[in-house]
Design a protein around this ligand. Structure first.
Ligand code: AMP
Length: 288
């Protein structure tokens, strides 16, 4: 990859990135940080746009973190488009991109973060992807140590991830503000995801069922309990076009399942397989 001709700074080494950041911070610049796994789309760019509004310097990271994949086939198939990603970030006006090798993130003397996630990683994604959030916490903690941004941006598309990151960073990086950004969807409602590029056109149409189900769930809250809404949506999504993994209706703060009473910000989360591609989506359904 020819990175020398680019306007945007592209760093592959921690040391050089930190020299650049030290220089910017010495000038008084606030730093906004957008961690990603690449295969970028407009959803990622919405994080960059928000970060640009709120910071003097914005840096994105592209790193497919092996430690957060519980399924080696998923890791192998994860889309990787670094050249295209850098071009997209450049046109979004990013200042710098960090594109590290695995040895930069996990050097020999690397010490994993130790933090108790309590119930937060026992439910939903944590239950179906054992070890996933430990991997997420480890990479984000390492990246926060390296970049030490003023603010870091995460998408609500990964609702549980935001809850986990807010929890761990309050303990290990209290000086960093965690900003959550609304989910960007395509014109039909499908949540943008790097994994969408692995779907056939037919699967993309089938995947809209998740969005429609979330919208439908909103209409049920006035005359059904959370337990009933969950059941109705499970029944609706039980079909032979895809494999539903879970539907959960949770409290947005502690992620505990709701049963009889609605709470402010009650969120429905869904995971399903379309062939071998696993998609997740969520929506605040109460108040609607
Ligand atoms: P990923 O590359 O999938 O790890 O995503 C990097 C960041 O972009 C995460 O904070 C995601 O939650 C966020 N993101 C992914 N898809 C979307 C979307 N459709 N809308 C908003 N943010 C998103």
């Amino acid at each position: 990859m020819n990175i020398a001709v680019r306007k945007t700074h592209v760093f592959t080494e921690v040391r050089k990135l930190q020299l650049y950041l030290a220089d910017e911070k010495a000038k008084g610049a606030s730093v906004g940080f957008v961690p990603t796994m690449g295969a970028l789309h407009e959803g990622h760019i919405s994080l960059v746009s928000q970060a640009k509004k709120e910071n003097d310097v914005v840096i994105a990271c592209i790193f497919v973190n092996p430690k957060q994949f519980n399924n080696p086939i998923d890791l192998k198939n994860y889309p990787r488009t670094p050249e295209k990603d850098i071009t997209l970030l450049e046109s979004a006006g990013i200042d710098a991109v960090f594109l590290p090798k695995e040895t930069e993130i996990y050097p020999d003397n690397y010490a994993p973060a130790i933090v108790d996630l309590g119930e937060l990683d026992q439910v939903m994604e944590g239950k179906f992807r054992p070890g996933h959030f430990k991997g997420v916490v480890n990479v984000v903690n390492r990246l926060f140590d390296i970049v030490q941004p003023s603010k870091a941006y995460f998408g609500k598309k990964d609702f549980q991830q935001v809850a986990v990151i807010k929890h761990f960073s309050k303990i290990l990086h209290p000086q960093i503000a965690i900003v959550d950004v609304p989910t960007l969807r395509d014109a039909k409602g499908l949540a943008l995801s790097s994994r969408n590029m692995l779907l056939t056109e037919e699967q993309k149409t089938d995947a809209l069922a998740l969005y429609y189900a979330l919208e439908f769930a909103k209409t049920l809250t006035s005359n059904h309990t959370p337990k009933e809404v969950k059941k109705l949506i499970e029944n609706r999504l039980n079909c032979d076009k895809f494999n539903l993994e879970y539907v959960e209706l949770v409290d947005p703060v502690n992620l505990q399942a709701l049963t009889d009473n609605w709470v402010q910000g009650a969120t429905m989360c869904i995971a399903a397989f379309f062939g071998s591609v696993r998609l997740i989506d969520n929506m605040t359904i109460f108040p609607n």
